[in-house]
Design a protein around this ligand. Sequence first.
Ligand code: GYE
Length: 366
Amino acid sequence: MKKKMLSLLLTGVMAMGVLAGCGSATSGGSSKSSSKSDSKKSSGGEITVGFAQVGAESDWRTACTKSVKDTFTSKNGYKLIFDDAQQKQENQITAIRNFIQQDVDYIVLDPVTETGWDTVLQEAKDAGIPVIVVDRMVDVSDDSLYTMRIGSDFKAEGNKACDWLKQYADAQGVAQTDIKIVDIQGTIGASAQIGRTEGLNDAVKANGWKLVAQQTGEFTQAKGQEVMESILKQNSDFNVVYCENDNEAFGAIDALEAAGKKVGTDLKNGDVMVMSFDSTKAGLTDVKDGKITLDTECNPLYGPKLDEIIKNLEAGKKVEKSQFIDEAMFAHDDTVKSVSAAGESGDAKNYDVTVVTDDVISGRSY
Ligand code: GYE
């Protein structure tokens, strides 16, 4: 209830939409055309950034928006034009066209889905406006249509969670073939969904797990609950619910408990075990309480990173085309201490698993 009210409140705040700053100047050489330098002068020397945000579907997204808004302030030398696309790609395309019209200095795009960007990114390129892709990825035929991408390795996230599950079942003395999973997927076609689902599908095949149901919960609490309720009506013979973000997990837990299921960490004794991604403060609180057994982290705090990238571009420095951020894993207990997982680069790496304590929870800002 509390979570729902908070998200409604924050949605209202974000619906206020456009943030426009005025004031202080920035220095540093511009990597852009003379028409861009002119537009920079006319906005008082500030760097104008148009941010095409996905929406306000989750606590993760709210934290991401806050981080960007807190960074791109007039005090920091920016003018931010913020657009909430309500999880619709066509709204993001319109927003980008508006940013081009307004001759912004940079476009930051968090693409709702991976495909369908070639035309509008070509328009931005033709207008000489650099595009920075953040969080999710774009799948375009020509990589020069965007300047760089910074985000998570979603394939690694999925593989990490699944290696943990395999080890956890072994440690609890549960046969891999007795693992029966419901997958509540993210928004279909979003990088975060693609990587997390792919990791699971691969592990289902490799370990002989049973995939009982697989359906999208659109990364929202309401849809996570609705999907869980409808799956429960068809088949309640499962012991793991793999939610592709925290808000879906909150909804799924409500539905499971309302149906009389015991949500917990004890697979051997018939608990239904919930796994999640994001590791928000509310998610980690559920981990500590044993409602979520494993939460694989996904970091939403992109503001400072985007600021650094733009400063480097302004200074004419070379910026890596593809940048991944480091992410941790949080579990209810120390049954599994570390996992080994491969990601986009293909090479397997080891990741430590952190047990959630009150200190871990209070250290979370979102
Ligand atoms: O996991 C989810 C959000 O793209 C990583 O989108 C992001 C995902 C995140 O709605 O909560």
